[in-house]
Design a protein around this ligand. Structure first.
Ligand code: NAD
Length: 263
């Protein structure tokens, strides 16, 4: 199936590792030129060289902290300078720390809002003039199944990501006449550094071995195993494609059946 992505340009946030990295590689495999970014240079350079080695895509990489507006402005401007266009924005960054309401102070809340809500709003705002020119722009937000079922001890994630979903639904209706789609993808338990560190935390808290903690997580999934970052990337690549032109305002989980809620 030709996904119509050849020669398009995508900006993928938080893409040196994990889900963002898999998305950047997935888009590049379909012939899309990709801008990747993260806060540190080492992993970013490795990911850029993997994409260059494995695909024919052009790759532009830039160190950027998605919780800082100045960095976001710079990464959007530099991406457009590099590719002369911008068609697809994937809003993604690292997840916030775990904990309960009592464990979070003002600084924690502001950091989570900047990294997981304002980053999506700001990147979208900066990218929109170019997406409008693209004729069929795509905005895809990586959130969490927490938007369908809040996860205990993840109050920052449960709160900030619902803001993203509210923004996306409203924006999808505002941009539909222009052919720009806005969708949310919600990972369940996907085997990345982030998930491993969350499981490690849980193992320590409950005084159990890491292997046992992983087994408990796997048993929670009806498919009995953790997801792979590519499982999320495959959906994102499809939503970015011309084939998904009639899907907008949707919030879709990739979770091996974990979510019990109907919608
Ligand atoms: P990860 O920690 O494995 O990778 C995050 C990537 O983003 C890395 O490249 C990191 O360098 C980069 N990054 C982190 N903070 C950044 C910032 N402020 N600015 C720029 N780059 C930044 O995480 P992941 O598992 O790939 O998760 C991606 C997103 O999906 C996160 O928001 C996470 O909370 C969410 N999520 C993940 C899972 C899961 O099971 N892995 C489940 C639900 C939601």
């Amino acid at each position: 199936m030709d996904l119509g992505l050849k020669g398009k340009a995508a900006l993928v946030g938080g893409s040196s590792k994990g889900i963002g990295r898999a998305i950047a590689i997935g888009l590049a495999r379909e012939g899309c030129n990709v801008a990747i970014c993260a806060r540190g240079n080492a992993a970013l350079a490795q990911t850029a060289s993997t994409i260059r080695r494995e695909t024919d895509a052009e790759v532009f990489s830039l160190v950027c902290d998605m919780s800082r507006y100045e960095d976001i402005k710079r990464v959007v401007q530099e991406t457009v300078k590099s590719f002369d266009r911008l068609d697809i924005v994937v809003n993604n960054a690292g997840g916030p720390p775990t904990g309960t309401f009592d464990e979070m102070d003002e600084t924690d809340w502001l950091q989570a809002l900047n990294q997981n809500l304002m980053s999506a709003i700001r990147t979208t705002r900066e990218a929109l003039p170019y997406l409008r020119r693209s004729g069929g722009g795509r905005i895809i937000n990586i959130t969490s199944i927490a938007v369908k079922q809040p996860i205990d001890r993840l109050i920052l994630s449960n709160t900030t990501r619902l803001g993203v979903v509210g923004m996306a639904k409203t924006l999808s209706r505002e941009l539909a006449p222009q052919g720009i789609t806005v969708n949310n993808v919600c990972p369940g338990n996907i085997a990345t550094e982030r998930l491993i560190s969350l499981i490690e935390e849980r193992a320590q808290r409950d005084g159990i071995a890491m292997e046992e903690a992983i087994e408990i997580e796997e048993r929670r999934v009806p498919m009995s195993h953790l997801g792979d970052p590519d499982d999320v990337a495959n959906l994102v690549v499809y939503l970015a494609s011309t084939k998904a032109r009639y899907i907008t305002g949707a919030t879709i989980q990739v979770d091996g059946g974990s979510t019990v809620a109907v919608f």
